[in-house]
Design a protein around this ligand. Structure first.
Ligand SMILES: [Zn+2]
Length: 283
C-alpha cells in the first residue's frame, strides 16, 4: 500500500434535484426575488408584499380596481384590427392577434369607456402590455381618440392608464405611427376645451406611448418602480457609450427629475384620483 494514496481524479458531487415550483401557485418577484404565494399576491392587488414592486395588472382587473363596482360602460367594445399591410413575419398579424386575444381575453390592447370613481363620473382608457406589448395599432389609437373626444363632449375628466413595452406596432407600419399624432392632436383640442386629463403610467410605459398621449397629462402619476421612458436602457448605453445612473428610467428617478408629478401606490390610486377630481372639477 502506498504511503500517499493517489486522490481520485474526479469528485462526485451529488446535486439535489431542483424541485419545480408550480407557476400557478407561486410567483417570483422580479425586483426582490421573493417567492410570493399567488393567492396572497392577488389579495394584495398584485403588489409584492416584501418590496412594493407593482406587478402587471390586466386591463379588466385595472378597471375593477379603479372604478366603482358595476359602473363601467365600455365604448367601442367590438372594434377589431384589420391587417392593412397583410403582414407576414415568423407569424402573420392575424395569427398574432388571435394568439393574444386568446391569452388576454381582450379584443385589442386597449379598453375604453365611461365609469365612476368614488362618485365622480370619468372617461377611462387602459392599455394592456400583454397584448402585442400594449402597442398602439390603429384600433388602440382610434379607441383612445374617441375616449378623449367623449371627455370633451361630456366634460368628464379623462383618465388613461398606460402599460406598454412598445409603442409602434410593426405589423401596421405607418398606420400605427400615425396614432401618435392623432392622439396628441385630440389631446390638444381636449386641453383647449379646458378638460382635465390624468395620465397614469404603469410598468412598463415605453416608446411611442410615452412619446405621445402618456406624457401629455395635466397630471402625470406613476406606480412605484415602473420602467418609464422611450428607448430601453441597454440601447441608450450602447449608443452613448456611457453607464447610466442607477435607477434610470424608474418612477422614482423621473419624479426627482421633474418628468412626472407623483408616485402613487396602487392601493391609494382611487382615493388620490377622487381627491384630485374633487379639487378641480369644474362644471
Ligand atoms: Zn418584491
Amino acid at each position: 500500500m502506498p504511503i500517499f494514496p493517489r486522490k481520485p481524479k474526479y469528485t462526485i458531487v451529488k446535486v439535489a434535484k431542483k424541485r419545480d415550483i408550480p407557476s400557478d401557485l407561486w410567483t417570483r418577484c422580479s425586483d426582490c426575488n421573493e417567492l410570493i404565494y399567488n393567492k396572497k399576491l392577488e389579495e394584495n392587488l398584485r403588489i409584492c408584499p416584501k418590496c412594493n414592486f407593482h406587478f402587471l395588472l390586466g386591463a379588466r382587473e385595472r378597471i375593477k380596481v379603479l372604478l366603482d363596482d358595476g359602473s363601467f360602460k365600455e365604448m367601442d367594445a367590438g372594434m377589431a384590427s384589420l391587417d392593412p399591410l397583410q403582414f407576414k413575419g415568423p407569424k402573420t398579424y392575424i395569427e398574432k392577434l388571435k394568439k393574444d386575444q386568446e391569452l388576454t381575453g381582450l379584443k385589442e390592447a386597449a379598453i375604453t369607456g365611461q365609469g365612476v370613481i368614488d362618485g365622480h363620473k370619468v372617461i377611462v382608457g387602459v392599455t394592456d402590455s400583454r397584448f402585442i406589448m400594449g402597442s398602439m395599432g390603429s384600433v388602440v389609437g382610434e379607441k383612445l381618440t374617441r375616449a378623449i373626444e367623449r371627455s370633451v363632449e361630456t366634460k368628464y375628466p379623462l383618465i388613461i392608464v398606460s402599460g406598454s413595452g412598445g409603442g409602434a406596432r410593426m405589423y401596421e407600419g405607418m398606420f400605427s405611427l400615425m396614432q401618435m399624432a392623432k392622439t396628441s392632436a385630440a389631446l390638444t383640442r381636449h386641453n383647449k376645451a379646458g378638460r382635465m386629463f390624468i395620465s397614469i403610467l404603469t410598468n412598463p410605459t415605453m416608446a411611442g406611448i410615452m412619446a405621445s398621449f402618456a406624457s401629455l397629462g395635466d397630471i402625470i402619476m406613476a406606480e412605484p418602480k415602473a420602467l418609464i421612458g422611450f428607448t430601453g436602457p441597454r440601447v441608450i448605453e450602447q449608443t452613448i457609450r456611457q453607464k447610466l445612473p442607477p435607477g434610470f428610467q424608474k418612477s422614482e428617478f423621473l419624479l426627482k427629475h421633474g418628468l412626472i408629478d407623483m408616485i402613487v401606490n396602487r392601493k391609494n390610486m382611487r382615493e388620490t384620483l377622487s381627491r384630485i377630481m374633487s379639487y378641480s372639477w369644474r362644471k
